[in-house]
Design a protein around this ligand. Sequence first.
Ligand SMILES: Nc1ncnc2c1ncn2[C@@H]1O[C@H](COP(=O)(O)OP(=O)(O)OP(=O)(O)O)[C@@H](O)[C@H]1O
Length: 346
Amino acid sequence: MDVASGTLKPAGQKPAALTIEGLSLEFPTYAGAIKALDDVTIEIGTSEIVGLVGESGCGKSVTTMAATRLLPEGRYRVTAGSIRLFGRDPFAMGETELQDVRGKLVSTIFQEPMNALNPTIRIGKQLVGVIQRHEAVSEAEAERTARGILKDMLIGEPERIMKAYPFELSGGMRQRVLIAMAFSCNPGLIIADEPTTALDVTVQAVILRLILDRAKRTGTSVVFISHNIAVVSQLCDRLYVMYAGRIVESGPTRAVLEAPQHPYTQALLRCLPERVEPKAELEAIPGTVPNLLDPPQGCFYRPRCPEANDQCLAKPPSVATAPGHLVACWRRGAIQPSSIMSEATL
Ligand SMILES: Nc1ncnc2c1ncn2[C@@H]1O[C@H](COP(=O)(O)OP(=O)(O)OP(=O)(O)O)[C@@H](O)[C@H]1O
């Protein structure tokens, strides 16, 4: 099954970059199990640019970290579902295979580049090290590749940057270096986990564009993770909207923006600062996100949802409302979606 579109794929087609089907995952704690993911289904096709959006703590990072086995081993339990990275099960991989996959097939760009760079080693040496770890090339060749990718990241003086230590660079420059590192082994999939949240707004757009442009040129799939639906909408072919560990809506970006069906997606769009008049008060979604130790019965958005009724005491199934557009809501269509988009200024 092609999970994204609900259609059958022709036999022999290349496996998707990432397929997650019905994944449920929890963190056991003394206070009980934190149910971080519940029945999450996601598919990222080859060369596809996909956004994963939702409020802080909804499970965006846990989803992709589970897929790349970056969650702390022994501290979580997968209670249902499956993951395939380029057709392979990451949970069936040994440490060597896993190291090979991370870097060669999948690279993650995190929010804080300082944590990902070694502060005591010059940038050039780190970049060359990454390239040589994954490709049998000479040091001179790896240096040439490193310089080329840095130039691609609009770094005017790659020589100077290669000689620098991480602390000598601005936050934006460090993030460009990390992006260069992520692309340096031509991975099939890049996971960009809030890569610009720590940067100035002016730098953010440039960095996101750099990732997108390079990915498009190289045919790399990208998952952009963000709490800002406006930001990812400008970059992605498809969107997944997450709430309290569940995917509540997914579909082609245009369809989700122009006809959002889930009251949570509609609320996210209403709360965009971009559509608020200058000096007007910003709207917020009333209520708070549920406690994942003890989530509410049925639809997790029910306690905050203005449309909820007794039917919402049962878990809503994911239903296709248009080709590739899936919504998990009993009350889908209860609000006229067009009224939201006509107000929004995306
Ligand atoms: N190692 C862990 N141990 C216990 N709970 C965890 C662990 N990692 C994540 N969680 C919990 O899992 C839930 C999902 O977290 P996650 O980091 O995926 O959210 P997120 O949507 O990426 O949020 P943010 O936008 O703030 O990064 C949260 O309730 C979080 O507290």
